[in-house]
Design a binder for this molecule. Structure first.
Ligand SMILES: Cc1cc2nc3c(=O)[nH]c(=O)nc-3n(C[C@H](O)[C@H](O)[C@H](O)COP(=O)(O)OP(=O)(O)OC[C@H]3O[C@@H](n4cnc5c(N)ncnc54)[C@H](O)[C@@H]3O)c2cc1C
Length: 422
């Protein structure tokens, strides 16, 4: 039995971009908010899997045009105040605009922003169970460092990336895409010790991978040398090249993927050190803390964003967030597929994509929202996750005030008041 209970308007599972956006949205709308995060820090994939760039804040194209403001901009402003430039950076490998991150400063920036809005943050705390009636959640049971406790609320947001709150609430869901394929998992590498003037030559990196595949029992599928950049303000090299396919979401599969990924990473750095000028003193500075997860579960929503919505750049009256990142699919490890956003360079995420199909007081944020196989490859990025999170938080706050049902128009009004772009 949980040992104690606390009452909130809104409880949020997960402290990534979606969860932080939700917490800010709900708090700005006047709710008493709890955010529960299983790690000892906020940030989601940006800090737990070294995904060191925010995508989705800008449209694709020659000039950086903003798609996301509101909660996402509050986080960038906090980072700027800490000396992180947060300037849009035109990625030479993908031709998109990204915002490069300093993960340690990001952890602190997120703490500060949520604290300034009075959000109760529970770290080292995992949503482990939920109680519900036929149409509503009543409470979540949280496994913390000192045992279990219960959080009661009027409204809930699943921003766990993996739909863990929906899972323990018994919401119907599919795993992976419509054919049950799960997008490739990637272990991002941070490599230190490079000579400061080292120029990274893609052709040379491809040769290293060819050599790796010749000598290693494990294979790297990204023979194009994947995605890489220098970590801003350092000489470190950041590399997305070690992909692992996983048959399912079991702890066993995660264990194997993590262990193999680490072995491969060390071996790869050994090869770099032995054969690439500038890498003579290189060392593997970091993997993880966990392997990067692109896709897990998709709980039933009232609307799934479609590929057509993305490629047409569809705008709608019930839109609650702009999404501007192209479709980027990694269905086959090492072979990403891209498709552009049509129209004005962004599309609207409709309110119903955030609503649980069978529960009236559960909203989805970030990569949990409803989307088909293709659209998911666009909406999952972190800039967009801030925007869908903020909308989910606003809706949850309005729901907690007894606005029944919460309308897309009411959510839009509150979002605009909070500085969001729609
Ligand atoms: C290799 C790789 C590269 C990527 N590159 C980029 C990129 O460059 N830019 C970009 O914007 N996106 C990128 N993405 C996608 C992006 O990282 C995710 O889709 C994004 O993080 C989604 O944000 P989120 O908040 O929905 O989920 P997450 O970032 O996954 O956050 C979910 C949070 O919930 C917590 N959580 C999970 N279960 C529980 C529970 N039961 N109780 C409490 N807490 C829980 C997790 O610890 C985590 O902090 C990449 C993804 C991968 C895997």
């Amino acid at each position: 039995m949980p040992r104690h209970e606390t009452d909130y308007d809104v409880v949020i599972a997960g402290g990534g971009a979606g969860g932080v956006g939700a917490a800010l949205g709900a708090a700005k709308a006047g709710a008493r908010v709890a955010l529960v995060e299983k790690y000892g820090f906020l940030g989601g994939a940006a800090t737990n899997a070294q995904v060191l760039a925010y995508c989705g804040f800008y449209h694709q194209g020659g000039e950086p045009v903003r798609a996301v403001a509101g909660a996402g901009e509050q986080v960038l402003a906090e980072l700027r105040g800490m000396g992180v430039a947060c300037e849009p950076f035109h990625s030479p490998t993908t031709s998109n605009w990204i915002v490069l991150l300093d993960p340690e400063k990001l952890k602190v920036a997120l703490d500060r922003v949520l604290s300034a809005h009075g959000v109760d943050v529970y770290l080292h705390a995992r949503v482990a169970a939920a109680s519900r009636t036929a149409r509503a959640l009543e409470s979540v049971t949280v496994a913390g460092m000192d045992g279990r406790f219960r959080l009661i609320a009027e409204s809930f947001v699943d921003a766990s990336g993996d739909a863990n709150l929906a899972l323990v609430s018994g919401v119907p869901m599919r795993t992976g895409d419509s054919q049950s394929r799960i997008q490739a998992y990637t272990m991002p590498l941070r490599i230190g010790g490079l000579a400061p003037d080292t120029r990274i030559d893609r052709a040379r990196m491809q040769q290293v991978i060819t050599e790796f595949n010749r000598v290693s029992p494990h294979k790297i599928n990204r023979t194009d040398a994947g995605i890489f950049t220098r970590v801003p303000g350092t000489t470190d090299f950041w590399w997305l090249v070690v992909d692992r396919a996983m048959p399912d979401l079991s702890s066993n599969s995660f264990t194997r993927a993590e262990q193999t990924g680490r072995e491969m990473s060390l071996q790869l750095v050994d090869l770099l050190r032995a054969s690439v000028p500038g890498f003579e003193n290189a060392w593997l500075a970091q993997t993880g803390p966990q392997i990067g997860v692109r896709e897990t579960r998709h709980p039933a929503a009232r609307y799934d964003v479609t590929r057509d919505d993305v490629v047409q750049g569809r705008l709608r009256e019930d839109g609650i967030a702009r999404a501007a990142w192209p479709i980027e699919l990694h269905s086959e490890a090492g072979k990403p597929i891209y498709e552009h956003v049509g129209g004005e360079g962004f599309f609207h995420v409709p309110y119903d994509a955030l609503r649980a199909r069978d529960l009236d007081n559960l909203w989805y944020a970030g990569r949990v929202i409803g989307a088909d196989d293709h659209a998911y490859g666009s909406i999952r990025v972190m800039g967009t996750a801030f925007a869908t999170g903020e909308a989910a938080g606003v809706a949850a706050a309005l729901g907690a005030q007894g606005r029944d049902p919460v309308t897309a128009q009411a959510v839009r009004r509150e979002l605009l008041r909070g500085g969001a772009l729609i």
